[in-house]
Design a protein around this ligand. Structure first.
Ligand code: MSP
Length: 517
């Protein structure tokens, strides 16, 4: 077996009741950036995404569309795959919960839970929100003026009464708390960890894990009157994809436990409470981390179909460009917090940070190399203190960015890169290489070399967020494609003087507002 370190990360699997929107694109984007970063950093990465195709919500949507649920899920799941390829997501696997491999895995984990004595048959009577596919206690609900009961998420609940299998979640509270205690970074950010801790400390009820009133799900082994609760089915996808129930060899042995489940804040409880409890009860290891990110609003408004302000990621990208949107979404807010999408904020970042700060830096330097150095990487002389300070900042960047990415601090990682971009712009202004052409061409060569080398560092490190623009920038520095991993940031990776570079081309166009909103 190779000793290359592994990194297994997952997105939630998306309900196929609806067209993909910005929220779905955001979760997968964050994972894509991390997957690309880890690959460039030498890891054997497994990046999983997919679609959650069972349950009452999907069944109802299929009925509303007048389609058979399988035909309906085939159609909607394809929209998610199309979005993934449009956004150039680099997932290694796309799982669908209607696949045979998944049904096998679900039934296998069920049997393990049953053998362990953690499942019993009883009757369920309680409130259920189809939109959230979640059960709620009476004390969690509020009543509207017309007497409807509403869950904290805003979803309407209905009374459900039926025979049901239960999972003995109440028995797992102490073991969950011990796991959180022993793994302080299991739930990030910390504010979310505290929420989960107080929820578990408040005492856990047993969880209803089967339904009998509809059919669209995985049959419970041994009692086909029941289908498995869609969240037990859905969460199991994370182990299906690494070959469960085979655990001794193969991908499970290699990749499990997952390094990261990336989720939105609304589905943290399922991932940080139910899922580790199911896994421990089945004798399997819990994942290493669950990160809960925040939600986007649109120009200050909650995004909802009824308001008609859903952001279609494809429209956004057609308007602003893929790398620009990727950059904005990860740069605009500290990852974990809620964020507001606005046209003004988007255009400001595109024009200020991408076109001006980064784009101009590369464009200015590369055109000077083109014009003043015969289109070849110049040969540097001795570096002075200003040169060494800037090179030092660039050389320190990988370690800083890596530490931030390891805690999913995407915006901080981008800020760290921009600190060096701004420092490089300051250096250009101070050194004024355009003046040196006549006065001191040898010094000009050193300054342009330092800048080209710093741009190489910046472009390499920004690849995970903006793969297309950075690949273009690296092409313009004639960095060979096999010298684009982070290994090339170490010794022996520096630009080779004399290398011919192509005529420069802007990596980031300015966005010219045509008077639209
Ligand atoms: N099917 C479940 C997940 C099962 S995982 C075992 C599900 N699907 S979902 O399609 O409703 O949501 C998927 C993700 O989209 C969640 O992480 C959710 O937080 C995210 N978002 C939905 N709307 C969002 C915003 N407005 N902003 C950011 N993310 C949001 O839940």
């Amino acid at each position: 077996m190779s000793d290359q370190p592994t990194y297994y990360l997952t997105t939630p699997i998306y309900y196929v009741n609806d067209a993909p929107h910005i929220g779905h694109a955001y979760t997968t984007l964050a994972c894509d950036v991390l997957a690309r970063f880890k690959r460039l950093d030498g890891f054997d990465v497994r990046f999983l995404t997919g679609t959650d195709e069972h349950g009452q919500k999907v069944e109802k949507s299929a009925q509303a569309a007048g389609m058979d649920p399988q035909a309906f899920t085939d159609k909607v799941s394809k929209n998610f795959r199309d979005l993934a390829s449009f956004m150039k997501f680099s997932h290694d696997d796309f799982i669908r919960t209607t696949e045979d491999r998944h049904i096998r895995a679900c039934q296998a984990i069920w049997k393990k839970l049953e053998e362990a004595g953690d499942i019993y048959l009883d009757n369920y009577g309680g409130w259920y929100a189809v939109r959230d596919e979640a059960f709620y206690g009476e004390d969690e609900l509020t009543k509207t003026a017309d007497g409807k009961r509403i869950a904290p998420s805003g979803a309407e609940v209905e009374w459900v009464e039926e025979p049901s299998y239960f999972f003995k979640l109440s028995a797992w509270g102490d073991r969950l708390l011990a796991y959180y205690e022993a793994n302080p970074d299991f739930i990030l950010p910390d504010s979310r960890r505290n929420e989960v801790l107080s929820f578990v400390k408040g005492g856990l009820n047993d969880l209803s894990i089967s339904r009998t009133t509809f059919k669209w799900g995985v049959p419970v082994p041994g009692n086909e009157e029941h289908i498995m609760y869609v969240w037990l089915d859905a969460l199991t996808n994370y182990i299906t994809a690494v070959g469960y129930p085979e655990t001794e060899t193969g991908d499970y042995a290699k990749y499990w436990p997952a390094d990261l489940h990336m989720v939105g804040k609304d589905i943290l409880r399922f991932h940080a409470v139910y899922w580790p409890a199911f896994l421990m009860a089945a004798g399997l290891e819990p994942p290493k981390r669950v990160f809960a990110h925040g939600w986007w609003t649109n120009e200050g408004q909650k995004i909802s179909k009824s308001t008609g302000n859903v952001i279609d990621p494809i429209e956004l990208i057609n308007r602003y460009g893929l790398d620009q949107v990727r950059y904005f979404l990860l740069r605009e807010v500290p990852f974990g917090n809620d964020g507001d999408f606005s046209h003004t904020a988007m255009v400001n970042r595109m024009n200020g940070e991408l076109a001006n700060d980064f784009g101009n830096l590369a464009q200015r330097v590369l055109s000077m190399v083109g014009k003043n150095c015969d289109g070849k990487i110049p040969t540097p002389g001795t570096f002075d203190a200003d040169d060494l300070a800037l090179l030092g900042q660039a050389h320190g960047l990988l370690a800083a960015v890596r530490a931030l990415m390891d805690r999913q601090g995407f915006n901080h990682a981008l800020e760290a890169i921009w600190v060096v971009i701004r420092a490089a712009n300051g250096y250009v202004d101070r050194q004024a290489p355009w003046k040196l052409k006549k006065e001191d061409p040898a010094r000009m060569a050193t300054v342009l070399y330092v800048l080209a080398e710093v741009i190489r560092h910046l472009a390499l490190l920004a690849q995970p967020v903006m793969p297309d623009a950075m690949s273009k920038m690296l092409d313009q520095l004639s960095v060979p494609t096999d010298a684009r991993s982070f290994k090339a940031l170490g010794e022996g990776g520096a630009l080779v003087p004399g290398t011919v570079i192509p005529a420069p081309e802007g990596a980031f166009p300015r966005f010219l507002d045509e008077g639209s909103t």
